[in-house]
Each structure stands twice: as C-alpha cells, then as structure tokens.
Design a protein around this ligand. Structure first.
Ligand code: HEC
Ligand code: HEC
Length: 188
C-alpha cells in the first residue's frame, strides 16, 4: 500500500514537472488569439496576462469539466491535463497586467461610471484595477469582450457558476451594462 502511494506521488510530481517544462510552448499557442504576453491586440479577445492565478485555474477547469459555457475555450482546454492547466495559470499570472485603454464618448463614459459606482465597485473597485480576491482585473480589458461576456451571463442556458456576478448583470439593464463595459475598458 505504501509503495503504491509512493509510485502515485512520483507519477504526480513527474506530470507536474513535465507540464512545467512544456508550458512555454503551450503558452505560445495562446498568443495567436490573446496577444503576445497575453495582452489583447485591441480586438474582442480578452487580455489574460497578469490575471490572478486562482481565477485562471478556476475558469479553465470549469470549462474542462463542462461547468461553464464557452464556445472556443472549452474545446481548447479539454486537450490539457490538470497539471498543464495549473502550469498555464502560473505562467500567465506571473506576467504583468497591461491595460489597453480604448477611448469612448464622454457621455458613454459618464453613464458607465455612474453604473459602476452604483453596482460594481464592491467587487471590481472604481476603475476595475483594484478588485477583491475573487474578481479579475478589468481596467483596460477589451470592452467588446466584456460587453459580449455580460450578454451571455444574462441567458439562463449559459453556464456561469459565479452566482453573484451573474446576478449583478441580471440586475443591470443591458444599456447600462454596455456603458459600464466601455467605462472599464477605457481605464488605464
Ligand atoms: C482560437 C482563439 C483562442 C486561443 C488559441 C486561445 N483562446 Fe482563450 N479565449 C478565446 C475566446 C474567444 C475567449 C472568450 C471565451 C469563449 O468564448 O471561449 C477566451 C477566453 C479566455 C480566458 C478568460 C479570460 C477572462 O478575462 O476571463 C482565459 C483565461 C483564456 N482564454 C486562456 C487561454 C489560454 C491559457 C490559451 C492557450 C492555452 C488560450 N486561451 C488560447 C480564444 C482563444
Ligand atoms: C459580488 C461581486 C461582483 C459584483 C457586484 C460585480 N462583479 Fe463582475 N465579476 C465578479 C467576479 C467574481 C467575476 C469573475 C467571475 C467568474 O467568471 O468566475 C466577475 C467578472 C466580470 C466580468 C468578466 C471579466 C472577464 O475577464 O471575463 C465583467 C465584464 C464584469 N465582471 C463586469 C461587472 C460589472 C459591469 C458589474 C456591475 C454592473 C459587476 N461586474 C459587478 C464579481 C462581481
């Protein structure tokens, strides 16, 4: 029994070590969509470099085990072992968070700021860059991505395990949520 335990422990360690070695190569495959260093090139693709380690692990495992909906990412993460997912999360969490602020009309930003101050600051902070432990940074995150993501959270069919964030969206009218996305996306 002891021997089996040892063999399993060594196998687990070797798996983690191998995942660690391969991580640079795996991470390069992410750049095609998420940008070099996980910094969005300004499209509807989100930045992922510098997001919290636990958040990265959580969402990737939720996709892998079908606890969370995604069109593209579910397919991608199903090809990875849990060790590889952990190694990828470590890799991207160590990179700096680089906001890519995108300009928006002053009226839109004012409306977004008002919505954020009323409904989002408790968890995300006023500019999205000083969140609580549970939440990702969203200052200078792709506004188009954030807008689309929140539209999905409104749907009952969309699996999104974080109840509080889902509820926050459902309690915010769509135009206000879009303005909030533009506001967060414009922050440095
Ligand atoms: C073919 C394009 C593509 C590739 C390659 C890709 N992603 Fe994604 N990624 C997306 C899309 C699109 C989303 C938005 C969710 C969805 O619809 O799947 C996303 C979302 C994410 C998110 C959530 C970001 C957030 O702000 O919550 C993480 C984390 C992520 N991807 C990690 C990775 C990692 C790590 C890799 C490389 C192993 C990778 N992605 C490769 C397209 C891609
Ligand atoms: C109770 C805390 C809480 C409140 C209030 C809240 N959020 Fe969130 N938000 C979170 C957490 C936690 C996540 C990550 C959840 C997950 O995907 O697992 C998140 C995720 C997001 C995302 C997706 C980020 C990404 O990178 O994929 C956006 C956009 C967002 N929130 C915007 C808002 C806006 C706009 C409001 C106000 C209308 C708001 N949030 C209110 C906690 C909150």
């Amino acid at each position: 029994m002891k021997k089996l335990f040892l063999v399993l422990a060594i196998a687990a360690l070797t798996g983690a070590a191998q995942a660690g070695q391969n991580v640079e190569g795996l991470a390069r495959t992410c750049n095609n969509c998420h940008g070099v260093g996980g910094v969005s090139a300004g499209s509807a693709m989100p930045s992922i470099g510098g997001l919290p380690r636990d958040y990265l692990k959580r969402v990737m495992k939720q996709w892998k085990y079908d606890e969370r909906s995604a069109i593209t990412m579910s397919r991608i993460v199903k090809g990875f072992s849990d060790d590889e997912i952990d190694a990828l999360a470590d890799h991207f969490a160590k990179l700096p968070w680089v906001p890519v602020p995108q300009a928006a009309a002053a009226e839109m930003l004012a409306k977004g700021k008002e919505t954020v101050a009323a409904n989002c600051t408790d968890c995300h902070g006023l500019n999205g860059g000083d969140p609580d432990v549970d939440s990702p940074k969203i200052n200078g995150q792709s506004p188009k991505y954030m807008e689309l993501e929140m539209q999905k959270y409104r749907s009952a069919d969309f699996k999104m395990p974080h109840r509080k964030m889902k509820k926050a969206v459902q309690e915010t009218p769509p135009t206000d949520a879009s303005a909030a996305a533009r506001y967060f996306g414009a922050q440095k």
